[in-house]
Structures are given as C-alpha cells and as structure tokens.
Design a protein around this ligand. Structure first.
Ligand code: SAH
Ligand code: SF4
Length: 371
C-alpha cells in the first residue's frame, strides 16, 4: 500500500523524506507542490531530482477521496460530497462572502455525540476521518475553486471545523491537519482564521490550547445543566461549570482572543427571555473581567426526525438584544445554502442511509457513462 502524502504535516513529511534519504528542504519543496500548486502527479515536480521523483512514484501517492457530487446553491454556497468508503460519505461546504471565503470541514463520518437538534447526531457514527481525509477537503476545494474562477490566488481564507462530526473526538488525526492549514508552505491561514467547534470535549480543549491554539467555538445551546444535558448528552460527563472553566483556561494560551458560544434557537425550549437572563448570569458568574466571549445565535435548521421547531425571527432578535444589552457581543448567524441542504446541522442528513442511496446512484451513473 502506498503512503498517502496528504496524511503528513511538514514535520511528518520531512521525517518520511529522510527515510528516502532526502534533506528537509526537499520535503518543503514537495509540500509546496502538493498544497500550494495542488499537484497530484510527481512527474510535474520539475525542481525535484528524477531519482527522488521515481522513489516517490513507487512508494507514495497524493490521494484524496473521490468526489461523488458537487452542488452549487443560488447564494453561491458550494457543497461537495466525498466517498470515504464502506458506504460512508462526508460533506464539505464553501461559503462565499464579500470579504472572505469560508470552508466548513468535516472531522468524522457521522457523529457519536447524539445531540437532539443535530441531523448528524441522529444518523449515528461510522468512524473518525484520517488526517488525509480532513486535509483533502481543503486541498480539493481550494484547487477546484481556483480552477473554476481562473485564479492562482488563494480562494479559501477561513476554515471552520463545523461540518460533520466532533473534531475533538478525533484529536490525533485533527492536529496534523490543523498544522497543514496553518503552515506558510501550505495554506498559510492565520491561527484566528481556523476555528475548531466543539460540543465540549474538555481534556482535548486543554490539549488544543497547548498544541495549537486556533480560534475556539463551543456549542452551548442552554443556560443550565438540566437543559443542556437534555439537548447534549455529553454535558452529563462535562457539565457547564467545568466547560466554562476550560474555556477560560483555553484563553490563557490565546490571550486577546474570544471564545465563540454557539446557541441554536429552539422554539419554546431555550429561547425565552428567562433563558437569556440565565445565560447572562452564567457568564457573569465566571467573574472574568472584560469581554472574553461572543455569542452566535443560530436559527435552527429543522429536519424530519427532530421534533423541534426553530424560534421566530422576532424571538431571536429579542433574545439577542437581552444579551447585547447586558454587554455580551451577540450576532445572529445567516443561514446559507439552504436549497442544497448545506446549512448548519443538516450535513449529516446525507450520511449512511441517504449516503448509501447516493453512492449507489453515483456508481450507477459511472457505470452508465462507461456503458
Ligand atoms: N460537533 C461540533 C461541530 C459540528 S456542529 C459541535 O457540535 O460544535 C457545528 C454547529 O452546528 C454546532 O454549533 C451545532 O450545534 C450546530 N448545529 C447542529 N445541528 C444544527 C441544526 N439542526 N440547526 C442549526 N445548527 C445546528
Ligand atoms: Fe455531533 Fe456537533 Fe452534531 Fe452534536 S452538534 S451531534 S457534537 S456534530
């Protein structure tokens, strides 16, 4: 089996190249070919010695998962579906805005956390993605977008780990992938333009702060433990007091940063005035001076199995103004890509059952084309 070079950050690639008798600067050149030029063919890497290229050709490959489909939304959002084998597919979404291009990346096929309001949570868990499968989402999207709009300039300016899965449950594979995103010889994204979103896997929040303090988003969704445990079973293991302390510890590694709290607005469940006031009290009780967190209110994207309804626009605005008036910076997230099921929490809608159907359909299409 060939070594997939998409599995390596620069350190690991240098170590691998050393086993082939090559110096570190050769690894750097190779790394730039892969990530900056989007090369997948060693023959084209003309500044590498032929002997090195020949060795790579026999032992290594640059192998992203196959793209099953690519859909564009009316608002410019693009969604890719990748085949990761065994009937599982993962999704990646590009969101274009005037001043930035954000890629929403998946970390697992499905998700084991079982949050009540999330389609991924309802569909169950298949497996962790490998580093190469996380990196390949960025590699494919960036070079596909450049080709489509005929540019050599960077298109993706921000990455959010908010696709399918709980990234901190797959920490081992996530960390090298984050390092590739940040590396100046690859995508060169600054620490603040890469966001890890978590439901609150505490020990790994601490590890991330130490190893690679990128921007942190925490799925909060409730102002007290009873409600949060009902919505997010992980809260039984890591309750709110511990979660908030972990957020403040995280900021010790990333001074002047904010933690973003995501709060999905559920009609009659967590969206009343009293909930907003309880939230304000909860944050104030941390006793931390200054603004250390922001709130992002997410309109709920409903799906068949959820039995939940989203709050009205008026309710979301009223909730936001209570938080804002109390000095908590609060924004309301715009929902994008609705017509291609690319919005928050809907991605997993395509995993497993529907994925299997899609895979079958995709395979049939391929066979039809060949016939
Ligand atoms: N597992 C991580 C990251 C993926 S979920 C986490 O939970 O943070 C990304 C964001 O989408 C989270 O804030 C999550 O709470 C939110 N989300 C999940 N389902 C949703 C839905 N149906 N409507 C709106 N947002 C949802
Ligand atoms: Fe998993 Fe995040 Fe969905 Fe919860 S909200 S089930 S942690 S993807």
């Amino acid at each position: 089996m060939k070594v997939n070079l998409l599995d390596f950050d620069l350190e690991n690639l240098a170590a691998y190249c050393q086993t082939l008798g090559e110096k570190r600067f050769r690894a750097t050149q190779l790394f730039r070919w892969i990530h900056q030029a989007g090369a997948c063919d060693f023959d084209g890497m003309t500044d590498l010695a032929k002997s090195f290229r020949d060795k790579l050709k026999t032992q290594a490959c640059i192998c992203p998962p196959n793209v099953i489909s690519r859909k564009s939304s009316a608002d410019g959002t693009i969604k890719w579906l990748f085949d990761v084998g065994n009937g599982d597919a993962i999704e990646t979404v590009f969101i274009a805005e005037a001043d930035r291009g954000t890629l929403c990346v998946s970390s697992q096929a499905g998700c084991p956390m079982g949050c009540l309001f999330c389609a991924t949570g309802h569909q169950g868990f298949s497996r962790n993605l490998k580093t190469s499968e996380i990196v390949a989402q960025l590699w494919c999207a960036e070079h596909d977008l450049r080709q489509h709009i005929h540019t050599r300039e960077r298109v993706i300016t921000n990455v959010v780990m908010m696709g399918m899965g709980e990234p901190l449950q797959n920490y081992r594979e996530l960390l090298p992938a984050l390092r590739v995103m940040l590396d100046d010889h690859a995508y060169g994204l600054s620490r603040r333009r890469v966001t890890v979103s978590t439901s609150g896997v505490l020990p790994k929040m601490d590890a991330l702060g130490r190893d690679c303090p990128v921007a942190l988003a925490v799925s909060l969704h409730a102002p007290n433990d009873t409600l949060r445990s009902h919505l997010m079973p992980l809260n039984l293991k890591y309750p709110l007091a511990d979660l908030l302390s972990a957020c403040l510890r995280y900021l010790e590694h990333a001074p002047r940063d904010f933690v973003t709290f995501e709060y999905c607005m559920l009609d009659g469940v967590n969206d009343q005035d009293k909930d907003a006031h309880e939230l304000v009290a909860l944050i104030r009780a941390q006793g931390h001076p200054g603004a250390w967190c922001k709130f992002n209110l997410i309109p709920f994207n409903s799906f068949a199995a959820s039995n939940l309804r989203g709050s009205s626009v008026e309710r979301i605005k009223a909730f936001a103004s209570i938080l804002n008036n109390a000095g908590l910076i609060t924004t309301i997230r715009k929902t994008r890509g609705g017509d291609i099921s690319a919005a928050c929490g809907l991605l997993a809608g395509d995993v497993q059952d529907r994925t299997r159907v899609k895979l079958r359909m995709a395979r049939r299409q391929v066979l039809d084309q060949e016939a």
